[in-house]
Design a protein around this ligand. Structure first.
Ligand code: ADP
Ligand code: MG
Length: 731
C-alpha cells in the first residue's frame, strides 16, 4: 500500500487530513497484520486506529467492547460515513432472529467491515462457528484493561478472549487498545491476549491543560464545593460522589444555591438518567452531580472542571474521571476533596470480597493516599504511576498543580535516604512500606518478630523521626526511581539499579514535606489552603479585624463577642454589602447583623469599590434546611425552661452535640436564656468569676479558659456558661 492510499482513505471515510499522534504508526502496524498494542489517553483517537484499517482491509474486523451503549454509538457513526448501512453491525443478545440473519448475510457477502460484539456474545458456540467460517481481518479489543484485575474495571469475561479468538482463527492479528495501563496492567494484557510479540504504541498520558488540586475534606465540604462551583458559574462541570444519597444531597444544595445542577446515578430510572445526561450535553444544566455510573463514553469537549467529593479508589479511576475535563485542550480544573476517613470507608467496602481482591484493592488505595498526601508534582506522580518519566521543570504542564504553584519547603535528606535504602537492603527486600517504616522507628509486630528483624543492630535507627516522615521519604524515593514496588507481591519494596548506585555513591537528595490532612477541629471553620482560588481576602480580613477591635473597645466587650474569626473570614470571601447579605454569613444571624453589622458592611462596600472587586453576590451557601427544625425545637424548649438533658434526649443528641447546636444558635445572634439551668450547676460566685474571665479574655476558646481556671470547671460547665455569656452580652 502506498502513502496516497492511507491518506486518501482517511479523507474519504473520516474527512480528516492529518493523523493524530501515533495513529499513523499504529495503522501501519495493523495493516501489515502485526499484533498491536495501543495505549492512548481518552480522546487520543483510538477508534480510528482500528476503524480505518478495518475499512481498508479485506474481510470483517471484530471489535470487542464492554458497553453495549457505546457500541451502538460507534456503529451509528460508522454508518453515517458510508452509503452502505451494513458496513458496521452489532452482534448481541438484543437482536431478534431476522436481524441476526441480516448481520450474517452482510458479513458473508463482504459488505460488513466492522462487527461489534460484547465478550459474552463471543462465547456462544454458534457465533464462534459462524465467525470461523468467514474472513476475519483482525480482532480489536477496546478497553483492553478490563482483562486485568489490576486495572480499574476488571471484567472476568475478558479473560477468555484469547481462547475464543484462536477458535475463530489462529492466525488472526490481535489489536489491544486501552486508555489506562500501569506497567502491571500492560503486562497482564499482553500475557492474557497472548501477544507478547505485539508492536506497542504508547502515547504520553500527560494532559498538560489539566490543573490538579487536592483539598482537605472537612465538614464544610458542601460549602467548599458550592463556592467552587459558584466561582466557575456557567461553566460545565462534573462532580463525582461515591454514594447515590450524597449525589442527591449535593445536587439539591447546588440547586438551592442557584446552580443549574442535575443528579445522575444508577438508582434513577432510565428516562430520568437520559434526560439529565442530555440536559448536561445540551447545556441546559451546567453541572452534573454523579456517581461513577456517569461518564463512560460521554464526549463533551468543554467540561471545565471535575470535582471529586470523595477520593476515587485507584489512581486509574482518578485519571480516567479527571480526564473528562478539558478534552478540547482548554481549561480543566480537577479538584478532589480528601480525608483519610474516606479511605477507611473504602477499605471497609472491600472487606466482604475475596482475599486476593482485597489485597489488590488495598494496594491501589495506598497509591491514592500517597498521591493525596504527596507534596511533589502531582503530574509527575501520576505519570510515574503509569510508567512514564516526567520532568516537572521542563515538561509541559509542569506547574499545573497545587503543589507546584505553592511549593512546600525542601529539606536535605541524603543521610536519611541512605538509611532507608540500607534498611531495605539489610532486611533482604522483603517488607512492604509500612513494615519498612516500622523497622526504622523500632515498632515490633508479629511479622517483624518472625523474621527476627527486631534483634538486628539497625532496628529502630530512625526512631528520632516520626513514621509519617519516613513514609513520605519512602514515597519520594519511589517516585525518584531509587525504589520500586513489587506488584506481584502486593507492594513489597525493592531496590532498583538506581537505588543501589545511590547507596554506593550517595548524591544529594532533597525531600519535600508531605501535606498533613488532620481532621478539622470542630470549632473552627477550615481556611482553605494558602493561595487556592477561593481563600478569603486576607487584606479585607485584616481590615475587618481592626474594625472589630474598634467596635469591641468602644463597647468594652471582648472582640469575639462581636463576631468570631470564622465569620470575618467568611465576610472576606463573600463581601456582603447589606445587612441582609451579612446575616447569611457563617455564624451571623439577623439579630447580630442588625446589632453590630452596619460599620462592617460599610467597610466592605468601600473596599469592594476601591479595589474594583467583582462580588460573587449570590455566593451565600444555603443549606437545604435540615437543621433549622432542630434549632427551632431547641429555642422553643429552652423558652419553656425544660431541663437541657431532656431536650437533648428528646432529639437523641449526646450532651456535647447538643451544646454545639446551642452554640450555633447564640453565635448567630439568637438569644437562649439558659439561666434556669446554669443556676443549678454553678453558684453565684462561680458565675461571676467566669463572667469576668470572658469579659477580659482575648479569645473565647474553652481550652484557654480551662487553663486559666486550672481545672476548677469542666469543659461542659464552661461551654454552658459561655452560651449564657454570649447570649447576654452579644445579643
Ligand atoms: P478514544 O477512544 O481514544 O478516547 P476516540 O476514538 O473517541 O478517542 O476519538 C476522540 C475524538 O478524536 C473523536 O471526536 C474523533 O473524531 C477525533 N479524531 C480521531 N482521529 C482524528 C484525526 N486524525 N483528526 C481529527 N480528529 C480525530
Ligand atoms: Mg474509545
Amino acid at each position: 500500500m502506498n502513502e496516497l492510499d492511507l491518506y486518501a482513505s482517511l479523507k474519504k471515510y473520516f474527512g480528516f487530513t492529518q493523523f493524530k499522534g501515533l495513529q499513523e504508526d499504529v495503522i501501519r502496524s495493523i495493516l501489515s497484520d502485526k499484533n498491536t498494542f495501543v495505549i492512548m489517553p481518552t480522546g487520543g483517537g483510538k477508534s480510528l486506529c482500528y476503524q480505518l484499517p478495518a475499512l481498508m482491509k479485506e474481510g470483517t474486523a471484530i471489535v470487542v467492547s464492554p458497553l453495549i451503549a457505546l457500541m451502538k454509538n460507534q456503529v451509528d457513526a460508522l454508518r453515517s460515513l458510508s452509503s452502505e448501512e451494513g458496513i458496521a453491525h452489532v452482534l448481541n443478545s438484543s437482536l431478534n432472529k431476522t436481524e441476526v440473519k441480516k448481520v450474517k448475510s452482510d458479513i458473508v457477502s463482504g459488505v460488513t467491515k466492522l462487527l461489534y460484539v460484547a465478550p459474552e456474545s463471543l462465547t456462544k458456540e454458534e457465533n464462534v462457528d459462524f465467525l470461523n467460517s468467514v474472513t476475519i481481518s483482525f480482532v480489536a479489543i477496546d478497553e483492553a484493561h478490563c482483562i486485568s484485575e489490576w486495572g480499574h474495571d476488571f471484567r472476568p469475561e475478558y479473560r477468555n478472549l484469547r481462547k475464543i479468538i484462536q477458535r475463530i482463527g489462529d492466525q488472526i492479528p490481535i489489536i489491544g487498545l486501552t486508555a489506562t495501563a500501569t506497567p502491571k496492567v500492560q503486562e497482564d494484557i499482553l500475557k492474557n491476549l497472548g501477544i507478547q510479540d505485539a508492536n506497542t504504541f504508547k502515547a504520553s498520558f500527560n494532559r498538560p491543560n489539566l490543573y490538579y488540586e487536592i483539598r482537605p475534606k472537612t465538614k464544610n465540604v458542601d460549602t467548599d464545593i458550592t463556592r467552587f462551583v459558584k466561582q466557575n458559574e456557567g461553566k460545565s462541570g462534573i462532580i463525582y460522589c461515591l454514594s447515590r444519597k450524597r449525589v442527591e444531597e449535593l445536587a439539591q444544595t447546588l440547586q438551592v444555591n442557584g446552580v443549574k445542577a442535575v443528579p445522575y446515578h444508577a438508582g434513577l430510572d432510565a428516562k430520568t438518567r437520559v434526560k439529565h445526561q442530555d440536559m448536561f450535553l445540551m447545556e441546559d444544566a451546567d453541572v452534573v452531580v454523579a456517581t461513577i455510573a456517569f461518564g463512560m463514553g460521554i464526549d463533551k469537549p468543554d467540561v471545565r472542571f471535575v470535582v471529586h467529593n470523595d477520593i476515587p479508589k485507584s489512581i486509574e479511576s482518578y485519571y480516567q474521571e479527571t480526564g473528562r475535563a478539558g478534552r478540547d485542550g482548554g481549561e480543566g480544573h480537577c479538584l478532589a476533596f480528601y480525608s483519610y476517613k474516606d479511605i477507611e470507608k473504602l477499605e471497609k467496602f472491600m472487606s466482604g470480597k475475596p482475599v486476593a481482591e482485597q489485597e489488590i484493592g488495598h494496594a491501589l488505595l495506598q497509591e491514592v493516599v500517597a498521591f493525596a498526601e504527596t507534596s511533589i508534582s502531582r503530574r509527575k506522580f501520576i505519570l510515574h504511576y503509569f510508567g512514564e518519566e516526567f520532568d516537572n521543570e521542563t515538561g509541559e504542564g509542569g506547574d499545573m498543580d497545587d503543589n507546584m504553584r505553592h511549593p512546600k519547603k525542601k529539606y536535605e535528606a541524603t543521610d536519611e535516604a541512605v538509611t532507608i535504602l540500607k534498611v531495605i537492603k539489610d532486611t533482604n527486600q522483603q517488607y512492604k512500606s509500612k513494615e519498612v517504616v516500622n523497622v526504622l522507628v523500632g515498632n515490633v509486630n508479629a511479622l517483624i518478630k518472625s523474621h527476627r528483624t527486631d534483634t538486628q543492630p539497625f532496628f529502630g535507627v530512625g526512631s528520632s523521626q516520626e513514621p509519617t516522615y519516613w513514609m513520605a521519604l519512602l514515597r519520594q524515593l519511589l517516585v525518584a526511581g531509587y525504589l520500586r514496588k513489587d506488584i506481584e507481591t502486593y507492594g513489597v519494596i525493592k531496590l532498583t539499579e538506581g537505588g543501589l548506585n545511590f547507596l554506593n555513591a550517595p548524591s544529594s537528595f532533597m525531600m519535600t514535606e508531605d501535606h498533613s490532612y488532620k481532621e478539622a477541629n470542630d470549632d473552627t471553620i477550615v481556611v482553605n489552603q494558602k493561595g487556592s482560588a477561593n481563600a478569603a481576602d486576607q487584606n479585607l480580613f485584616a481590615l475587618l479585624k481592626a474594625e472589630r477591635k474598634k467596635v469591641a473597645d468602644k463597647l468594652s466587650l471582648p472582640p469575639f463577642v462581636i463576631f468570631q474569626d470564622p465569620s470575618l473570614e467568611d465576610m472576606s470571601l463573600k463581601y456582603p454589602i447589606s445587612l441582609e447579605e451579612l446575616s447569611n454569613v457563617h455564624g451571623v444571624g439577623e439579630g447580630k447583623a442588625k446589632k453590630y453589622g452596619t460599620s462592617f458592611v460599610a467597610l466592605i462596600k468601600q473596599y469592594v469599590e476601591e479595589h474594583d472587586i467583582t462580588r460573587p453576590d449570590d455566593f451565600v451557601v444555603k443549606s437545604t434546611g435540615t437543621n433549622s427544625a432542630l434549632k427551632l425545637y431547641i429555642i422553643q424548649s429552652v423558652d419553656r425552661k425544660l431541663p437541657l438533658s431532656d431536650i437533648a434526649d428528646a432529639k437523641g443528641l449526646e450532651m456535647p452535640e447538643f451544646i454545639k447546636e446551642m452554640e450555633a444558635i447564640v453565635y448567630s445572634g439568637t438569644k437562649l436564656n439558659i439561666d434556669y439551668w446554669i443556676d443549678e450547676v454553678l453558684d453565684e460566685d462561680q458565675q461571676e468569676e467566669i463572667h469576668e474571665y470572658f469579659l477580659e479574655a482575648e479569645t473565647d476558646r474553652i481550652d484557654e479558659a480551662m487553663e486559666e481556671f486550672d481545672g476548677d470547671y469542666d469543659d461542659e460547665e464552661l461551654r454552658l456558661y459561655r452560651i449564657k455569656f454570649i447570649s447576654q452580652v452579644a445579643n
